[in-house]
Design a protein around this ligand. Structure first.
Ligand SMILES: Cc1ncc(COP(=O)(O)O)c(C=O)c1O
Length: 251
């Protein structure tokens, strides 16, 4: 018998959660007008809306809170973060933000203006929000297979090159600040993007002079899917995968 994968860690802390009844959940959903963002977290037993804040921190992460250097300037912890980011991505410069949506706000306030279009693969909700807030449009160029739940395509986060080229052809270059690839593609079920697709998007975008940016919120998972899913890529480490293709890491 094939036993399921055994996790190589022990969970040391438990947090109580309220086990609601079906009737309570139906009532709360009605009161929330069926909008999950209107629910209180105390009303949620299993959170399927997000992966944010749902995981446990490791003992090393908790310990780092105590050994962290809170100095106002020249912090040793910043240096460590900077070195780690450079080692993984190859980027020399880093602007830390407390959350992904804050990173989007900083980046988009510089790059996105009214009337712009931002093509990409199923933009995350905060991403779309930041684009639309600036009276610009997010254009979804995800492959059609992504929307067929019975299709077993291994990289349903891929961008359809024809859809992308159509955007490039039908809008002036100055209205396309960048193409955004989200790895993995959260808004279409956390689906991965293949290396071939990233390369092809970059090559096509280069032809039109459009920069390619990455929202790398789950780059490690994307690299894992690539490693698992393809023969000949078995030795590719997460680090190498992201280093070769990251243009900019926003999250
Ligand atoms: C792809 C992607 N971009 C941006 C964000 C926003 O990040 P945050 O929740 O840290 O603001 C998320 C959050 O899950 C995400 O998955």
């Amino acid at each position: 018998m094939n036993l399921p994968y055994a996790e190589p860690f022990r969970i040391k802390m438990v947090e109580e959660i309220y086990q609601s009844t079906k009737e309570e959940r139906e009532q709360w959903l009605k009161e929330a007008n069926y909008n999950l963002f209107n629910l209180k977290s105390s009303q949620v037993y299993i959170d399927l809306l997000t992966d944010s804040g749902t995981g446990a921190m490791s003992d090393k992460q908790w310990a780092a809170l105590m050994t962290g250097d809170e100095s106002y300037a020249g912090s040793r912890s910043f240096e460590q973060l900077q070195n780690t980011v450079e080692r993984i991505t190859g980027f020399k410069y880093l602007l830390p933000t407390h959350q992904g949506r804050a990173a989007e706000n900083v980046l988009f306030s510089v790059l996105v203006k009214e009337g712009d279009v931002v093509p990409g693969n199923s933009h995350f909700d905060t991403t779309k929000g930041h684009i639309e807030f600036r009276k610009a449009h997010a254009i979804d160029c995800t492959i059609d297979e992504a929307f067929d739940i019975n299709d077993l395509h291994p990289f349903k986060g891929n961008i359809n090159l024809e859809k992308l080229e159509e955007v490039y052809k039908s809008h002036p270059k100055e209205n396309i600040p960048f193409c955004l690839i989200t790895i993995t593609c959260n808004s279409s079920g956390g689906q991965p993007v293949s290396l071939e697709n990233m390369k092809a998007v970059k090559a096509l975008s280069d032809q039109y002079g459009i920069p390619v940016f990455f929202d790398s919120a789950r780059f490690a998972e994307n690299a894992y899917f690539i490693k698992k899913g393809r023969k000949g890529r078995k030795t590719e480490t997460s680090k190498r995968s992201v280093k070769r293709f990251s243009h900019t890491v926003t999250v």
